[in-house]
Design a protein around this ligand. Sequence first.
Ligand code: SF4
Ligand code: SF4
Length: 446
Amino acid sequence: MNIEELANLLRENGVVGAGGAGFPSYAKLNSDADTIILNCAECEPVLKLHRQVLEKYAYEIVSTFAEIAKAVEAKKAIVAVKKSYKGAVEAVKAVLKDYNKVEIKYLPEVYPSGDEVFTIYEVTGRVVPPGKIPISVGVTVFNVETVYNIYKAIHNGEPVTQKFITVAGEVKNPKTVYVPLGMTFKEVIELAGGITTSDYALINGGPMMGREASIYDTVTKTTNAILVLPQNHYIIQRKNANTNIDMKRAMSACCQCRMCTDLCPRNLLGHPIVPSEFMHAASSGTIRDIKPLINTAFCSSCGLCELYSCGQGLSPRTLITEYKGELKKQGILPDRDIKIAPVSKMRKYRGVSKERLTARIGLAKYETPAPLDTAEVKVNEYKIALSQHIGAPAVASVRVGDKVKKYQVIGKAREAALSVNIHSPSDGEVIAVSESQITIRQEGGR
Ligand code: SF4
Ligand code: SF4
């Protein structure tokens, strides 16, 4: 299969990055990539899907990864994984002998080793320039579940209609489930035995970069985890903090110790994001040097500065995120050809161990196994979002009252735009269509 054939297949079958922003995978296929990386860092505390999926489907994933390498004519295909994921490492090694282009490299057991820029440096020694994408240094990165979805599209003709999700925290039986798109979080949590506390809050994603969610939210192609925490948990309190108060606290308490900068993973790679300088400039109203403000665009929002580094409990990430959002709205862009500093000599000593991070943010008690359960799951109704990826949403191609078949296209990729098809996870009837969502009642459902 050549690049064009593979790209068409992935667009048709709705394959997007299974996590993060959901970048359509067809648009990542590029013959400029001399190296492709399978990212199995899974660096957020509590999440446990990628390592288990890689262990269970090692043959499917490694063989498909080799096919992608062949299609884009990459010289190297590297499985980037942590040594501590012993089951996944053994499973990959067992199939590796049949794929001479594929090799394993081990990532450090630190946060955020799954950040693409971080992973690429660890694996290839190349630094993706600030504001640029991995292909600018000849690399393309895929996550484990994305490659599994590519396997299903190539070999079974199956589009993406399911998602692996770790359900953890205050639930009876933490587990990693494989569920249809469009289920509510409430239904997914019930698969893990239900919530064990009355006063709770939900996070969609990992504790560091995930966002607060509701039990009525629905599963999309990028839902990696549902974390249930007590309402008064440190993580929830930090996510709910008022930014005006955060700014006032920064004004009164930032002692310019620079710890946020010293541990900033992007700064350590030479990127010009300097959170301590931003905090000084923003909280004191200093505009003599606007660089620390403009360069907020280069922050990855990893959250380390505010959830781990700052001894004063201040919120550089939140304030930076607010500031860069404002710059974007006003169309102010940083210089994309900015010169970067050399990688810091201190970088190797300043990695934040995931174990320490987990303890620091009060999640050690939730760092339990979340075994993979791939039993088929059905619900009565599926609420399928038409925008589950970065780029243009799909356009509904069904109407209320239509009968649909499992895997049928219900949302067409927008022509000449970055977009992918959306499919039905079940036989059923369309009972509602809006600009953003299609609701399907399963055949035989109530
Ligand atoms: S770590 Fe906290 S106190 Fe220190 S410079 Fe950064 S924001 Fe200020
Ligand atoms: S969130 Fe903080 S630590 Fe992470 S990249 Fe941004 S400034 Fe650096």
